[in-house]
Design a binder for this molecule. Sequence first.
Ligand SMILES: Cc1cc2nc3c(=O)[nH]c(=O)nc-3n(C[C@H](O)[C@H](O)[C@H](O)COP(=O)(O)OP(=O)(O)OC[C@H]3O[C@@H](n4cnc5c(N)ncnc54)[C@H](O)[C@@H]3O)c2cc1C
Length: 447
Amino acid sequence: MTGQRTKWGIVGGGVLGLELARQLAQSGDRVVVFEAGTEPGGLAATWPIAGTRWDKHYHVILPTDTRLISLIEELGIGDELIWRRSSTGLFADDTLYSVSSTKEFLALPSLRLVDKVRLGVTMLYASRINNWRRLERISAARWLSRWSGKNAYNNFWKPLLRSKLGDNAEQASAAFIWAIMKRLYRARTSGAKVEKLGFVRTGYARILDALLEAAMERDVAVMTDARVDRVVPDSEGGVEVVLSSSERHSFDKVVVTTPAPTAAGIIPDLTAAERTNLERIVYQGIVCTSLVLDRPLSDFYVTNITDDGFPFTGVIEMTTLVNPDTFGGKSLVYLPRYTTADDEAWEWSDAEVVERSVEALRRIYPHFEKADITEAKVSRVRHVLAVSVINHSASIPSIKTSVPNVAIVSSAQILHGTLNVDETLGVIANAIPVLRSMTTPAKEVIA
Ligand SMILES: Cc1cc2nc3c(=O)[nH]c(=O)nc-3n(C[C@H](O)[C@H](O)[C@H](O)COP(=O)(O)OP(=O)(O)OC[C@H]3O[C@@H](n4cnc5c(N)ncnc54)[C@H](O)[C@@H]3O)c2cc1C
């Protein structure tokens, strides 16, 4: 074999960094991934809980996540993918409702007949819109109130937006909710009659392990506990990655996959305009509590909350999908609180988060008692999702930067819509041709 092997450095060993590494290494290129954490996986990483290893943050797969399903099959674990029917709850006016079917939804007392008709019209209208540019100029709150009316906004759209964005919901553009509606519409028209959600039998740990193994088979090296401090051009036209331990590694090209503010911090040679752009992207964070319980809370996978005053933005009961035997017969419940940068919850200790959650859970599930909790863990991440605010597309970072051979590929490049692994894989698909077109210094020729 004769050819040029480009040497790539990738900053960030989340799903994006690992899969990008695997794809770049497919053609024989050499790839090294630097991950700051003690293990790869980022937001999809796992931790020990309920006597097993399970996702720090709840993850499910939609039937329409075609890129992700193909990847799972390619990794040889397609037969471990399990599909389950899921149901949805809504806590409104101090009552827990099932809203798993259109019929149940239409029976909600908080929505009048006129609201229901206007909601239907809004969804149909949104599904027909193809050009999101106009929608990006108006807030979701204004656009939805205009189309569905104030009552339907307050009792339907607002809790939905808050369950995805927390207090950042006020800043979201109409393009964000449009993208969600399009996705749901696609799911409905793809033939799925009931809402099915998928997961891999032993959780995301299995997907990450398989991804890591497949990357390593292609000679990708993954360094953990390797926090990157700086990415700077070297004197030979390449790029140097400097770790916080002061260790230095040289590459032909480097791709930074971290959240945008981190990218701005570690690439000192960016122009002022590039830096400002990366730093002004509005991120939402998360404080996510995992509770292991002696008994279930409900039959709902997701419960959205309309009422104010809750310390979390929704309730996710994983064991309505995953067999409780996986967790020694216990129930696994996540209580996500999507946060703004200045949310008071950043100051809460783990014990305080749990204490507040107990009180709030008792409001929704009167049978729940604090003694039901056998284990509690809290995860905090400041930069989870770039919020699709007004004119968001103008701040999407370009893949190539002004620094030669340094690129940014990250979830901040998801145009509109929610953060999910399928979208992440779409970001990679768009990036690969651009990365390959960056000029390669021919440092190494293998004969
Ligand atoms: C609560 C929650 C629920 C979710 N649910 C779903 C779901 O149901 N379905 C779904 O498909 N997706 C879901 N997601 C989204 C999914 O987890 C993400 O789309 C995906 O993990 C993003 O991967 P990433 O590699 O882009 O980012 P990240 O996972 O954030 O990876 C970035 C990596 O960079 C590393 N890093 C940062 N700074 C440095 C540095 N200086 N040096 C070296 N490394 C650094 C970080 O440690 C991290 O590992 C969920 C996410 C959350 C938080």
